[in-house]
Ligand binder design. Sequence first.
Ligand SMILES: Cc1cc2nc3c(=O)[nH]c(=O)nc-3n(C[C@H](O)[C@H](O)[C@H](O)COP(=O)(O)OP(=O)(O)OC[C@H]3O[C@@H](n4cnc5c(N)ncnc54)[C@H](O)[C@@H]3O)c2cc1C
Length: 340
Amino acid sequence: MSKLEHNVDLSRYNSFGFAARAENFVRVESLVQLQDAVVLARQNRWPMLVLGGGSNLVLRERVPGLVIQMGIVGRQAQPVGRDEVLVTLGAGEIWHPSLIWMLDQGYYGLENLALIPGTVGAAPMQNIGAYGVELEQGFNSLQALDTETGVLRRFSREECCFGYRDSYFKSAAPGRYIIVDVSFSLSLQPRPVLRYQVLVDELQARGIEQPHPRDLFEVVCDIRRSKLPDPVAVGNAGSFFKNPLISETHYADLQRQYPALVAYPAGKDYKLAAGWLIEQCGWKGHTRGSVGVYARQALVLVNLGTGTASELMLLADEIVQSVEARFGVTLEMEPRLYPA
Ligand SMILES: Cc1cc2nc3c(=O)[nH]c(=O)nc-3n(C[C@H](O)[C@H](O)[C@H](O)COP(=O)(O)OP(=O)(O)OC[C@H]3O[C@@H](n4cnc5c(N)ncnc54)[C@H](O)[C@@H]3O)c2cc1C
């Protein structure tokens, strides 16, 4: 069993930098240590929170039960035929350096997901996505520990039920499974995904006509750095709200009223840019006590220093209400509030 600590300050373990305290805290670096931690929590009837990088969490001041910090690392690669490779990463590996490692090895497919903070194990939780690629596109399978039965189970892509910022683990069985490793099917041939015009424009501006995945990686990193606040400097969890999906009829109605509406077709529905809706309601750059809306991107809520989860949730509620009143669209929060 790894070291059990009590009343642990979590402010440097969550990207909002909220001053939360964990009643009990343990870091696990192997499957056995994880299994021991789960047994301990079950014996004490403690609720469990698995903590990766804390970049998609809004932590309240007191975190009851047991916080399990995921530290299982490891990287393996196995060729599959001539063009493909199966890469398996421990859940505690950090996403961005793992992506750099994949690129260095010549394993391609996930470069659009550069610079997303957090761990590999949390990435399937909400099927991380950016610039036209979602995790599921390079996903093969994962192994997760069932905290109810203590059994390690492999999940195929279908079983993970990936959706937009969603998975089986996030919405169907929240808290039940702890992901211990994730396997990816990657290409040995460069196949850059250039679905987003902003990527095409930036590559063109740099005079790159036939981009290598490494070029794409650099461009994505630069665009992200210019748009999103670095959590080290300003506490945040990236996009605070999901982009809402609405029906074609609703979209047509809104489009008539607001010709500048920013939206993208998504199957038979339309996905609205939540940042645009929030900005139209006048929230961009607005501060409320020690929390606020980022001045360069209205989708990002920030902790200005001494903010708390309660303050942030009050602001978030007001934003949701104003968007609902004006556009008839309900915004859904993306990070997890804990305890709920
Ligand atoms: C500046 C910034 C930019 C961001 N940009 C993006 C983006 O472009 N696209 C995007 O999709 N997300 C983005 N995010 C959100 C976040 O980085 C991702 O969701 C990331 O995958 C969270 O990883 P984490 O390790 O920090 O998870 P945590 O915040 O620690 O945990 C998130 C959730 O997953 C659970 N969890 C964590 N690890 C495990 C595990 N091993 N097994 C089971 N459950 C687990 C936690 O209990 C919690 O419910 C951004 C965040 C920030 C701060």
